[in-house]
Write a protein that binds this ligand. Sequence first.
Ligand SMILES: NC(=O)c1ccc[n+]([C@@H]2O[C@H](COP(=O)([O-])OP(=O)(O)OC[C@H]3O[C@@H](n4cnc5c(N)ncnc54)[C@H](O)[C@@H]3O)[C@@H](O)[C@H]2O)c1
Ligand SMILES: [Zn+2]
Length: 373
Amino acid sequence: MSDETRQSVRVELGPRSYDILIGPGLLASAGAEIAARLPKARLLIVADERVDDLHGEALRAALSKAEIPHATMRVPSGEPTKSFPHFEAVVDRILEERLERGDAVVAFGGGVVGDLTGFAAGVARRGMGFVQVPTSLLAQVDSSVGGKTGINSPRGKNLVGVFHQPALVLADTDVLETLSPREFAAGYAEVVKYGLIDRPDFFHWLEAKRAAIFAGGAERAEAIAASCRAKAEVVAGDEREDGDRALLNLGHTFGHALESAARYDAERLVHGEAVSIGMALAHRFSVRQGLCPGQDAERAVAHLRASGLPTRIQEIPGTPFTLTELMGKIAQDKKVVRGALTFILTRGIGQAFVARDVDPAEIGRFLEAELGA
Ligand SMILES: NC(=O)c1ccc[n+]([C@@H]2O[C@H](COP(=O)([O-])OP(=O)(O)OC[C@H]3O[C@@H](n4cnc5c(N)ncnc54)[C@H](O)[C@@H]3O)[C@@H](O)[C@H]2O)c1
Ligand SMILES: [Zn+2]
């Protein structure tokens, strides 16, 4: 446990401010860190089954060492767990354990468990203490930061939820060692996203350090901390997503359409891969519109490819998508306002902006060319 590789990021939200701790070996310090912020709290750990098998004992040993009473509830790995039945079960377990408002629920897993658990903690007893222990790269750099929580409805993804900020986020970079290379690369797409939005220097640093970040070590913790800082800054300026927080959707309008067309089948496409293709599309569309130099788009795409990520729609395995299908999905996206589409476009590396008046016909012609390419 080397302290010099430990990073801490403060999310400034007035009375709801909190720390994100990032670095190797943090699970072992979980007891002390939680006790310092939530004295005398009892805990319910809601754990992704797979993560619990791999790392649950380490977390529980740390809590026992700090004499923090805790129980564990395991939930199945995978997106279907972000649903009403599991939500009801988690709330019921919180009540069964007789947790009070000063106690806390701990999310131990990727974004699925974080979103589900945060939502349950946000509404049980009108809001309980909540700690995030994110274990996927995506959760460490994105979903555990910012306080958005929720579940999917049969009518669509992430349609039911609340804003509920955690009291602490503990991102142990060692647990990423057991993450599959595919899931690691998918999480990395969101890291690249922060560079492409408004941090060209960070993007250039990622280009130089990619191999080291994938290998683990100090650069990995640094990349995660920089990502958390980037997201925390946006969130602090726009906690409830009325303005600048929209930039975080770079690549996501196209990405969500692709995920939906692939029916959220993780074998075909996981979220970060969809975002990677979506960011490549946003850059190429920006070039086509005369907004972005071609070489900037090529550079962004080259970095994603070098990271093992897909950048073209045709790379998604299975039955190819049709233009009608994709346009239908884009029109369903919540970012449509009276016929015009809102997209995050770019003027170059790290120069993304919100475009609120994108003509659907232009998108149609662009996607037609992409699908035929
Ligand atoms: N709240 C937000 O702001 C926000 C932002 C982005 C994404 N999300 C949500 O996050 C979810 C995606 O998150 P995710 O990519 O972490 O998915 P996930 O939680 O399904 O985790 C991905 C897979 O990795 C496994 N896993 C996690 N940590 C592991 C580890 N250390 N070792 C081995 N396996 C491990 C899980 O069991 C799972 O199979 C989506 O539901 C998405 O909507 C929320
Ligand atoms: Zn995303």
